[in-house]
Design a binder for this molecule. Structure first.
Ligand code: ADP
Ligand code: MG
Length: 272
């Protein structure tokens, strides 16, 4: 049986404010899904809710991983269970080197029953693997000695996330705007790297506004989010359409969701 991440009628509030209003999405391992939609429609909120970010309160619906209740797991259990998210705005961790961070994270994901203080992956084995992956991603080994995301450029942050993806090899990966802030060549490299790492082993949800990231990662499904719901699902042609034409057709076709979206935009503007 295919391994599956299943989201059913998901409602999520942030600070008491409803954002997601009934999201349904099923991702099988080996599939690539693109998630598109205007700014503020709830895409990052979906990713954060799947990862178990404490500020994102699930008020209704379910998330399951191979039938197991993901909502009953805390964030680290979800990561150990094989769910990974590359954040739109990753946190920096001054004082913690990339290599040490990756060694801990990789050990924890590979050995989910490991207790704090138990053995990490042996240093030699880890170094060998890390060097191989960095070679594959055309990254300078110096990079691993820097503090996590500390003073990283936009491009370096995204590449650090892709390196995590390569080392952790999750079952399901959510990539939130891995292309934002990157120039065309960097997006191309990111796209190629994700395709190399992903393969048939991973279920991937790519949140993106651009079609370049999809060049090497042709989505099996494209979903459009508007007003906190997925209003339409299609193939790769839908991603191309939205990229070139924008969301006018979508807003016209789903007036109810468009009204919610307009309201969400207003409250966002008021909050800023
Ligand atoms: P997208 O990723 O599609 O641009 P988001 O999921 O980031 O949209 O945001 C959807 C809505 O939820 C916006 O109105 C945004 O202001 C609100 N929101 C998301 N995260 C937070 C948060 N941590 N605190 C307050 N509001 C939030
Ligand atoms: Mg976002």
């Amino acid at each position: 049986m295919a391994e599956t991440l299943k989201i059913t009628n998901l409602h999520v509030s942030v600070e008491g404010k409803p954002i997601l209003r009934g999201v349904n999405l099923t991702i099988n391992r080996g599939e690539i899904h693109a998630l598109m939609g205007p700014n503020g429609s709830g895409k990052s909120t979906l990713g954060n809710a799947i990862m178990g970010h404490p500020n994102y309160e699930v008020t209704e619906g379910s998330i399951t991983l191979n039938g197991e209740d993901v909502l009953a797991m805390d964030a680290s259990e979800r990561a150990r269970g094989g769910i990974f998210m590359a954040f739109q705005r990753p946190m920096s961790v001054p004082g913690v080197k990339m290599a040490d961070f990756l060694r801990h994270a990789t050990t924890n994901v590979r050995n989910p029953r490991r207790k704090e203080g138990e053995e990490l992956i042996p240093m030699r084995q880890f170094r060998k693997e890390l060097t191989e992956k960095m070679d594959q991603l055309k990254m300078d080994v110096e990079f691993a000695r820097r503090y996590v995301n500390d003073g990283f450029s936009g491009g370096e942050m995204k590449r650090a996330e892709i390196l995590q993806l390569a080392m952790l090899r999750p079952k399901f990966a959510i990539l939130d705007e891995t292309d934002s802030g990157l120039d065309v060549d960097a997006v191309k490299l990111a796209s190629q790297s994700i395709a190399e790492i992903g393969g048939s082993e991973m279920g991937i949800l790519i949140i993106t506004h651009h079609d370049k990231l999809l060049d090497y990662n042709t989505p099996d499904f494209t979903h459009v989010m508007l007003g906190g719901r997925i209003v339409e699902t299609g193939g790769v042609e839908l991603a191309r359409e939205l990229y070139t034409e924008g969301y006018d057709r979508i807003r016209a076709a789903y007036p109810e969701a468009a009204a919610v979206d307009a309201e969400m935009q207003q409250s966002t503007a008021a909050a800023v």
